[in-house]
Design a binder for this molecule. Structure first.
Ligand code: GAR
Length: 202
């Protein structure tokens, strides 16, 4: 299955997907293209080092968000992408884009949704005093971090945690969970029933 990975930042999740899927000939997954909205995203360097084509699409270069989405859509079509993986991509899509790729865009979020949605979930978790955090992988819908949940993993919050230490433990779980979910998806094992995502036996 040809996938695209969209990333705005350092791309450690992209690296996990490269190492565990793209470089594994038996995974059935090829990262056909990596797209970033930031020229300096380290994710682009990781992609180039793996020989994966990259594109930068910046919001500021387009008259509106529909035009930004349309450019991304054009690239996805060009590479015949079947599944879109958001890995720290910090831009929201317009509803028309979400409709076009319904159930074909997967995101990862550093909390146990529906707790702590949005762009500051790790500091929000610490400020709230929650004892358990985690990772959620989900299909995106028109809302913010509201789509059907595919898989979750929990991560304990320790009394002396700061953002860096908690994020570090969350990342360890992300790097295991995301490649696994993409493998399931490529193997046709995910079935969406209303809000529930079922993982069928292989
Ligand atoms: C990941 O922790 C991911 O869960 C988070 O961005 C980080 C990207 O890290 N995504 C969100 O917060 C989405 N709301 P990475 O660039 O090292 O993969």
């Amino acid at each position: 299955m040809k996938i695209a990975v969209l990333a705005s930042g350092s791309g450690t999740n992209l690296q996990a997907l490269i190492d565990q899927l793209h470089h594994d000939k038996n995974s059935g997954v090829e990262i056909a293209v990596v797209i970033s909205d930031r020229r300096k995203a380290y994710a682009l360097t990781r992609a180039k080092e793996a020989g994966i084509p990259t594109h930068v699409v910046r919001v500021r270069d387009f008259p509106d968000r529909d035009a930004f989405d349309a450019e991304i859509s054009k690239i996805l079509d060009r590479y015949e992408v079947e599944l879109i993986i958001l890995a720290g991509f910090m831009k929201l899509f317009q509803p028309a884009f979400v409709r076009k790729y319904r159930n074909r865009i997967i995101n990862i979020h550093p909390s146990l949704l529906p707790a702590f949605p949005g762009a500051h979930s790790v500091p929000d978790t610490l400020a709230y005093g929650a004892k358990i955090s985690g990772v959620t992988v989900f299909f995106i819908d028109e809302g913010i971090d509201t789509g059907p949940i595919i898989a979750q993993a929990s991560v304990p919050v320790f009394d002396d945690d700061d953002e860096e230490s908690l994020f570090k433990r969350i990342h360890i779980e992300e790097h295991k969970l995301y490649p696994q979910v993409v493998r399931w998806c490529a193997a046709g094992r995910l079935e969406i029933v209303g809000r529930k995502v079922l993982v069928k036996e292989s």
